[in-house]
Design a protein around this ligand. Structure first.
Ligand code: IFM
Length: 463
């Protein structure tokens, strides 16, 4: 079947009918041992923000700042996963995934961010992990998906160098508690997004637009990664550890020299500012000078720690324009008119996914797990109550085909996780943008698998 698909694509290319025809992923088998999964994160699904001793996170506070989140929505209830996790694990079992990536809410297990752990919070993750293992689903635990304890923010947060040590202590707690049952750990999810959006553009918590804070924070998050890897390794000697980074083309909004320069700097920040020091032991040249004031002797040796895999999140290309008023001199801008895009305006370009996978492979020489890829839309049930999200299916099929292209061209891709299992709290957009394979009717908390759920289940079953 692989041969037939390859042949079909070549014929199309030769005829010049289209640049690339995606493989039909339902007919292509992945290499043995390939992991199919789904991803979520704590603040986006758990809810129960004030239950069982959880402390506030920077997102609880951010959501209450007027104008920061659409319609003033919050993660207070979200998908109520804290109470409904067993149903959600049941959905994953139905889906047939081999793995589930979730994150631990740091303030749920350490309400003050450090010091006395909260047994009730730890016990929630015990229950979740046990349910996953019983269902035959491997837990992939991410330590940080943006919900820093507010108590640490009050001490300077990521701007305080000590935050790297607090993070390592938290990592050690998690490793000691769960390391007997969990072997896959990620330190951070998309540190480029949480820092740039949180300290550069002010869109995400803690809502700052401050160049100095952004650069300082960047370095401290990198230090925390290195210290966190060490803490996990000593707590769980047989752990398989990675970090999760975005990579996508960063393009100028216009051909002007200023916008071209903005795109180069965004590229250095978005794609390289975290994986380069963590894996290669250096900041990208475009940022090295800017990062110097925040470094102490030996820091890069702390940051660069052997890891076992590269977690890649990819959606589509992003665009920027020069803006001297912004923290790094660039602002966000939209894709050119006419570019294929999703219902929430994100550009669709599967070739960029293939290229990103190949670049990661060539640059870092690590096994790659795609830990996020997915399609956002304002899905609604039709008159019969079904959610026919054909465009999501098309997107996923095309992108899985693009991943397959990268594998055939040598990229060592070992897993693919859809973002996301459930519709959930989409940060500044609130609940309007839905990425789930499962529709969540928020008022009733009813879960309704979408057409894409069945499609993904079929794909997995055929592997
Ligand atoms: O919802 C987010 C997730 O938290 C991080 N990556 C992108 C997703 C879609 O925006």
């Amino acid at each position: 079947m692989i041969l037939v698909n390859t042949l079909a694509r070549s014929i199309y290319r030769l005829k010049g009918k289209m640049k690339s025809i995606p493989l039909d992923p339902t007919t292509v088998r992945q290499p043995r041992g390939f992991t199919w999964g789904v991803s979520t994160s704590s603040y986006q699904i758990e809810g129960a923000t004030q239950e069982d001793g959880r402390g506030p996170s920077i997102w609880d506070i951010h959501c209450r700042r007027p104008g920061r989140v659409a319609r003033g929505e919050t993660g207070d209830v979200a998908c109520d996963h804290y109470h409904r996790f067993a149903e959600d694990v049941g959905l994953m079992r139905e889906l047939g995934v081999g793995a589930y990536r979730f994150s631990v809410a740091w303030p749920r297990v350490l309400p003050l961010g450090r010091g006395q752990p909260n047994e009730a919070g730890l016990a929630f993750y015990d229950r979740l992990i046990d349910a996953l293992l019983t269902a035959g689903i491997e837990p992939w635990l991410c330590l940080y998906h943006w919900d820093l304890p507010q108590a640490l923010e009050d001490l300077g947060g990521w701007g305080n160098r000590a935050c790297a040590t607090w993070f390592a202590d938290y990592a050690s707690l998690i490793g000691r508690r769960f390391g007997g049952r969990v072997k896959r750990f990620a330190t951070f999810n998309e540190p480029a997004v949480s820092t740039l959006f949180g300290y550069g553009f002010g869109w995400n918590a803690p809502g700052l637009s401050d160049r100095e804070a952004l650069l300082r924070t960047t370095h401290h998050v990198n230090l925390a990664h290195g210290r966190g890897v060490d803490a996990l390794r000593s707590a769980v000697p047989d752990a398989s550890i990675g970090a999760i980074h975005n990579r996508q083309p960063c393009r100028p909004g216009s051909p002007s020299i200023a916008d071209e320069a903005a795109a180069r700097l965004l590229d250095a920040y978005w794609n390289d500012a975290f994986p380069d020091p963590q894996i290669l032991g250096r900041y990208p040249p475009a940022l090295a000078g800017l990062m110097e004031p925040y470094q102490q002797a030996g820091d890069l040796d702390i940051i660069r720690r052997p890891i076992d895999w590269f977690g890649l999140n990819h959606y589509g290309p992003i665009y920027t324009k020069a803006d001297p008023d912004k923290a790094l001199g660039f602002a966000w801008t939209s894709a050119p008119n006419g570019a294929a895009h999703s219902e929430i305006g994100w550009q669709i370009e599967p070739e960029a996914f293939t290229q990103s996978l190949l670049t990661v492979h060539e640059r870092y020489h690590l096994p790659i797990h795609v830990l996020e890829n997915g399609y956002g839309a304002p899905d609604r049930p039709d008159e019969s109550g079904a959610i026919n999200d054909q465009r999501r299916i098309d997107y996923l099929a095309t992108y899985i085909g693009a991943m397959r292209d990268a594998i055939q061209r040598g990229a060592d891709v070992r897993g693919y996780f859809v973002w996301s299992l459930l519709d959930n709290f989409e940060w500044g957009s609130g609940y309007a943008d839905r990425f789930g394979l499962v529709y969540v009717d928020y008022p009733s908390q009813q879960r309704i698998p979408k057409a894409s759920f069945q499609w993904y289940a079929d794909l997995i079953r055929r592997q």
